[in-house]
Design a binder for this molecule. Structure first.
Ligand code: IFM
Length: 458
């Protein structure tokens, strides 16, 4: 965080965008996830998750921190729901910590965990906030990891049983369910790159994990529907538009290869097309084991597709580099967030247009979009995050543009309500519209949050 003595210049690139440009039924929300905000990892009967174990391993988290306290949301949730309400959103996306419900992943149910989320959901409804619940945002019970994790078929069954338990209890009040958040990250960051829990580096295992995550989605959907009648059920993918590093045919082919695992590996089977043949062929003996009926299960009809959009990728052919023989190269001369992610509202328009054109998944919700910057603090305590405000405004204009192009985009959830535990980056990276002082737990709305609140009120 940088302290300055005067207001930074107002951004000059703010597009004119207003809530009234969107349909009246458009859902406006903000997103969070359990491990990133809750803390209280030893309270209420919660079991250990793979992220507790991963964070306890020296060298895994940039600042040596963990989500053990995070935003202390477990105790401060009424205040946090008030913040969301004051911001003017109508929906709140949160995730449920599997180890709070089933401390060892299966078997004995921890009623205190269910009670916590039941109170949280009631708190949303009392405030007029629509609850959007995600069942899996990466905090697998460690006991399941010890038994093989997502690479083991039994974890699929455990997930379906968990979904059943949660939706039996909350399904009368939660009417929007998301099975998985960003399965690409869970599979590849956790099992190929090893920079996320459980910290493994095994390409074949990563592919098996992808498959099991998708099968678990497919098998959970009918269970959720049975327990939560009239609910809307979907999955959230992290998708990235791809562009070639040059006009060469080799770079164009590299884009197709990268897109195969980044985007099509998820979109194709969900749309009932099975895994993309070109990507499958490249995998060789690292392709996953698929049982009879799995592909039909994955292709279960859903009510919406959640897309998390952050940045586009530029891809170059790179013979000899990895199984896919390519490299993701940073483009020069483009704006970036503090994470180094390219800022491209146009990329969001292109992505949404492409998904709608090629897959027609029905209603699409942007279930996450946001940015991290080095926030600027004035002596009076105001946080003037002009770059985040500009990012937000420009991406809302992009959402409007996508709708104008015929994309059935029906909602936008800002990531995130609060600064929080940003996984391997610890507390170094802040994505919140609300600043959190992690020493005092004081919350303060940033300029971006104020801007969003004004946008929503106008
Ligand atoms: O913080 C994450 C979130 O958990 C998943 N989507 C991307 C965000 C920013 O990295």
């Amino acid at each position: 965080m940088t302290v300055v003595d005067r207001d930074p210049p107002a951004p000059t690139d703010l597009p004119a965008v207003a809530r009234g440009d969107f349909p009246a039924s458009f859902v406006w929300g903000c997103s969070t996830s359990s491990y990133q905000i809750e803390g209280a990892v030893h309270e209420g009967g919660r079991g250990e998750s793979i992220w507790d174990r991963f964070c306890a391993t020296p060298g895994r988290i940039r600042d040596g921190s963990s989500g053990a306290v995070a935003c202390d949301h477990y105790h401060r949730w009424p205040q946090d729901l008030d913040l969301a309400l004051d911001m003017g959103v109508g929906a709140y996306r949160f995730s449920i910590a599997w180890p709070r419900i089933l401390p060892t992943g299966r078997g004995a149910v921890n009623e205190a965990g269910l009670d916590f989320y039941s109170r949280l959901v009631d708190g949303m409804l009392e405030r007029g906030l629509q609850p959007w619940a995600t069942l899996y945002h990466w905090d697998l019970p460690q006991a399941l990891q010890d038994a093989g994790g997502w690479a083991a078929r039994e974890t699929v069954d455990a997930f379906v049983a968990y979904a059943d338990i949660v939706t039996r209890r909350l399904g009368d009040r939660v009417k929007h369910w998301i099975t998985h958040n960003e399965p690409w990250c869970a599979a590849f960051l956790g099992h190929l790159e090893g920079c996320h829990a459980p910290g493994l580096r095994d390409p074949a295992m990563a592919m098996q994990v992808c498959h099991h995550l998708l099968v678990s989605h497919g098998l959970a959907v009918p269970v959720i529907r049975a327990r939560s009648p009239q609910a809307q059920v979907g999955i959230t993918l992290s998708l990235h538009p791809q562009m070639p590093a040059s006009d060469s045919a080799a770079d164009a082919a590299a884009v197709v290869r990268h897109d195969g695992l980044r985007n099509r590996w998820w979109l194709d089977p969900l749309a009932g097309r099975g895994y993309p043949a070109d990507a499958w062929a490249l995998l060789g003996d690292q392709a996953p084991q698929v049982r009879e009926g799995d592909l039909q299960a994955i292709a279960v009809p859903t009510d919406f597709l959640g897309i998390n959009y952050y940045f586009p990728e530029c891809v170059a052919d790179a013979p000899g580099e990895g199984a896919l023989q390519l490299r993701v190269v940073p483009r020069t001369g483009v704006p970036r967030t503090a994470f180094g992610w390219e800022i491209s509202p146009q990329g969001m328009v292109d992505l949404l247009t492409r998904v709608h054109r090629d897959y027609a998944p029905g209603p699409i919700y942007l279930t996450e979009n946001g940015s991290t910057f080095d926030d600027v603090v004035l002596p009076d305590g105001r946080i003037v995050d002009a770059e985040r405000r500009s990012y937000l405004a420009r991406h809302l204009a992009a959402a409007r543009e996508a709708i104008a192009r015929g994309v059935p985009l029906e909602g936008y959830f800002a990531w995130s309500l609060l600064d929080n535990f940003e996984w391997a980056e610890g507390y170094v990276r802040r994505f919140g519209l609300t600043h959190v002082d992690f020493t005092t737990q004081q919350r303060r709305l940033k300029a971006s949050g104020e801007w969003f609140a004004q946008f929503l009120r106008r």
